[in-house]
Design a protein around this ligand. Sequence first.
Ligand SMILES: Cc1cc2nc3c(=O)[nH]c(=O)nc-3n(C[C@H](O)[C@H](O)[C@H](O)COP(=O)(O)OP(=O)(O)OC[C@H]3O[C@@H](n4cnc5c(N)ncnc54)[C@H](O)[C@@H]3O)c2cc1C
Length: 422
Amino acid sequence: MKSTGSLLAALAVIAAAVLGLQTYAPFGTTAAVGIAMGAGSIAAMGVVLVLAARPPMIERLFGGLDQMYAVHKWLGIAALALMIGHNTIEPDLEGVVRETQAGEFAADLGEIALNGFIGLLLISWIKRIPFTRIELPWPIWRFSHRFTGLLFAVAAYHQLTIDKPAGIDGTLDLYLNALSLAGLAAWLFTQFVAPFLRPRNFVLDRVDRHGAVAEVTLRPQGRAMRWQPGQFAFVSATGAGMGEPHPFTIASAPAADGSLRLGIKALGGWTRRLPERLAPGQRLRVDGPYGRFVFRKRVQRQVWLAGGIGITPFLAWAEALTDTDRQDIALVWAVTKRDEAFAADRLAAIAARHPGLSVHIVASAEDGRLTAERLAGLVSFALRDAELFYCGPTGLRDAIVSGLKAMGQKPRRVHSEAFELR
Ligand SMILES: Cc1cc2nc3c(=O)[nH]c(=O)nc-3n(C[C@H](O)[C@H](O)[C@H](O)COP(=O)(O)OP(=O)(O)OC[C@H]3O[C@@H](n4cnc5c(N)ncnc54)[C@H](O)[C@@H]3O)c2cc1C
């Protein structure tokens, strides 16, 4: 299921390229290849915009929003590469098409779209300025990203009105027009409809501070949200000057009254402002749930490994355990200092009720770094018989997984959640 989405997205692009090749083959290889690249680029951009609209049904085909965004990103890069190829080869149809003024205008527009896309995609792609530690601020990245749809409209207009040979098969045009319409409709929905339609109203019940982490409890007002433990939502508080939606895992099990808790670590501008700006009674908007990092009941032996604030999905999983859950679960929480383990007592209380769950907190400043050997020593079953669920910095995951591999204890499967969407 997880790769179905990627496969369908790739097929949509390949179909456009094949149709392009087929339709323009009679006009020579160069023209056919050039058109195939242009057609593939339009198709890729159409799909990119559809994915950006986060359709819930489609998210399932990708195994989660983070995976879907990863495909969105690579497809965007592929679209740009194909567009550059199309522009470089420049299908020469002189003498074959009847040149019109509208067609020439369309050709100029194609150039504008290309240059705009190069600029936008470079901004989108480069998260950090090369050879420096300077990260592009998220709001700038996001603001620039909003213009993708406008440039796509220009590219779609280019393909619609560019001069074409008379009498060619219209299937390619039909296909590209359908994808262009879908992409543009998705972009309009993302920019102008979804922000009003999707988020639900919540009110802040309480804020508990634990050093750099603020635990906030929200109560629904009106339409409650249903979620599975481990899913996340985009949260914003326009009234408090925090209107930019930010993603956070819902760190509590679903409750009958729809209340939810978030554990938010102060990492940047928005998250640092939050404790001062939010007071009980503050209205917030919550858009979700998203994500597929959910508890797998069928897996008998599980290691839940959290790095720092990566504990939040496991807090929800642990809270949601019922008496019928008889899995063997070792939850290992790696923190720097023991007092950063803000939910240690809560987890200990849950473990006391569930004999299958054991909780281990490893504080690197006091106990040394968590290594694969130490992890294997903490877990009461062989890791090679278990599945590893990871949430935290990718460096820790990679070190642990390669260490376990070297020990012959490679887990059956590794599932991980990236707190990263671009
Ligand atoms: C699926 C998911 C679940 C998450 N769950 C939690 C959680 O439970 N607890 C927690 O403390 N943090 C969580 N995060 C991380 C949290 O979203 C970021 O720390 C927060 O958005 C940083 O915003 P900032 O403005 O304070 O910092 P900045 O310095 O502006 O951003 C730091 C980094 O956070 C990311 N980011 C910033 N703004 C956004 C945005 N609007 N949308 C998406 N990403 C953004 C970017 O990668 C950026 O480089 C999660 C992230 C994701 C993707």
